[in-house]
Design a protein around this ligand. Structure first.
Ligand SMILES: *[C@@H]1O[C@H](CO)[C@@H](O)[C@H](O)[C@H]1NC(C)=O
Ligand SMILES: *[C@@H]1O[C@H](CO)[C@@H](O)[C@H](O)[C@H]1NC(C)=O
Ligand SMILES: *[C@@H]1O[C@H](CO)[C@@H](O)[C@H](O)[C@H]1NC(C)=O
Length: 420
């Protein structure tokens, strides 16, 4: 068995890269694109916060549904809390995924924060000989969008050598909030698919990671993500690897931690961590939160942000929605230290800055430094007190290990790079 990887190609800002299939060593790769959504620029900080809020709602809802199912009780009414996270973040990582035979290509958001895979938001799904319509409808409500449709099973092709037969996918008949993308490839925990089908409410939908594993295509039921920081409109590469980790993408060893037992973070790729600013200022005592490829920023609970800004002098910038420093303040900015499973990961001052030559892209001005550390919107103690999003994951390799119910993190050649 082999380990398969998808290569993430980071194209020019505001432009979607044309996929080019690439083969590196023994890893079979298909491209991923990173794009900054023009429509998302104004409200992306708020979108990240909305996503955080809906994580809390969804997590609580899923826990309630699981408890009801386990007790043999009817699934409680969804009420207002049936949403799952929004996808209209500033930066989206997308993959070109084939569905059917012959395959149609769909441009899908790669999301570790949700677990349904679906197509048809923009490009229309075409049934082929491998498409089987099921008796189930499917419906997922996101914080600022939704989709409804019919569940099919079909052949899903991630690369010529990475083919899943009989993948259960949603085909949207209507959707909102998905501009410029065709849907989502959901690689969150499988339990998040509970209560998304109807009438098969109690049915879990195996994710692509699950099916690759059960169909014998990969040796371990996990997916690993390598992002890299980018400071210019030139292309850099990242990689999504199914079934194993790519030792060329991280340094040292991977620290694995069990998924946190604290709800609602426990419903996602949740971990316990503490955060310190500089040598001695604890800004967040050990608490639960999540690691998420679909959130742009590194979000910390409000009380942690207050301690952070008190220590470094940052103010909230009215135009971008981000915290802002003068260049003189930035020169004194200290590292943030994340302690996870006994290992401390250092996020340097440079890694806390939005790339300065891209300030204009977020409505900022050249002589300020904008920070990628943002306010989650609630104080700690909610059971989901941080989101280590893309700007964190560009500095640390991450592993989402379904088989062992754990998350892995490691440093990379870019952890301390001065790119911003
Ligand atoms: C196909 O997938 C569906 C849904 O995941 C599952 O119920 C069914 O058993 C699968 N069929 C085969 C032949 O693997
Ligand atoms: C995480 O923190 C919670 C609360 O302190 C604790 O109960 C739990 O044992 C910790 N570890 C895990 C893996 O959840
Ligand atoms: C935001 O900026 C506008 C225009 O510069 C200004 O009028 C307003 O007072 C600012 N608001 C805050 C909260 O700083």
């Amino acid at each position: 068995m082999r380990v398969f990887a998808l290569v993430l190609i980071v194209p020019a800002v505001f432009a979607l890269n044309t996929p080019v299939v690439r083969v590196t060593d023994s890893l079979i790769s298909v491209p991923f694109a990173k794009r900054i959504s023009a429509g998302g620029v104004k409200n992306f900080v708020e979108a990240d916060r909305a996503r955080a809020r809906s994580f809390v709602e969804v997590g609580k809802r899923k826990a309630a549904v699981r408890a009801a199912v386990a007790a043999g009780l009817p699934v409680p009414d969804a009420g207002a809390a049936s949403s799952v996270p929004v996808t209209n973040s500033l930066v989206q990582y997308t993959a070109s995924v084939g569905v059917g035979s012959p395959a149609s290509q769909f441009n899908l958001v790669v999301d570790t924060g949700s677990s349904n895979t679906w197509v048809g938001a923009t490009k229309k799904f075409v049934q082929t000989s491998t498409s089987v319509k099921t008796k189930n409808s499917v419906s997922v409500t996101y914080g600022s969008g939704d989709f409804k449709g019919t569940e099919f099973t079909d052949r899903v092709t991630l690369s010529s050598a990475l083919v899943i037969n009989n993948q259960s996918i949603g085909v949207a008949s209507s959707s909102s909030g998905f501009e410029g993308v065709d849907g989502i490839i959901g690689i969150g925990p499988t339990d998040l698919t509970l209560d998304t089908l109807s009438p098969a409410t109690n049915t879990l939908i195996p994710t692509v990671t699950d099916n690759l594993f059960t169909q014998g295509a990969i040796p371990s039921q996990l997916v690993a993500v390598s992002f890299e920081p980018t400071n210019s409109e030139t292309i850099t590469n990242g990689e999504l690897t199914f079934g194993g980790t790519d030792s060329s993408k991280f340094t040292g060893s991977i620290t694995f931690v069990p998924i946190t037992s604290t709800s609602p973070a426990s419903e996602f790729w949740g971990i316990n961590q503490s955060v310190r600013y500089g040598t001695s200022t604890t800004i967040l005592s050990t608490t639960a939160g999540i690691v998420d490829t679909g959130t742009t920023l590194l979000l910390l609970a409000t009380n942690a942000i207050n301690a952070y800004t008190k220590a470094n002098g940052a103010v909230l910038d009215n135009t971008t929605g981000l915290l802002r420093l003068t260049t003189a303040q930035f020169a004194k900015l200290q590292s943030l230290f994340f302690t996870i499973g006994g290992t401390t990961f250092e996020l340097t001052a440079n890694a806390q800055a939005w790339p300065r030559n891209l300030n204009a892209d977020i409505g900022g001005t050249a002589n300020n430094v904008y920070l990628i550390v943002g306010d989650l919107g609630t104080d700690s103690g909610e059971g989901l007190d941080f989101i280590n999003g893309q700007t964190f994951l560009e500095r640390f390799y991450s592993v989402f290990d379904t088989g062992n119910k754990r998350v892995g993190l490691a440093t990379t050649p870019f952890t301390t790079a001065t790119t911003n």
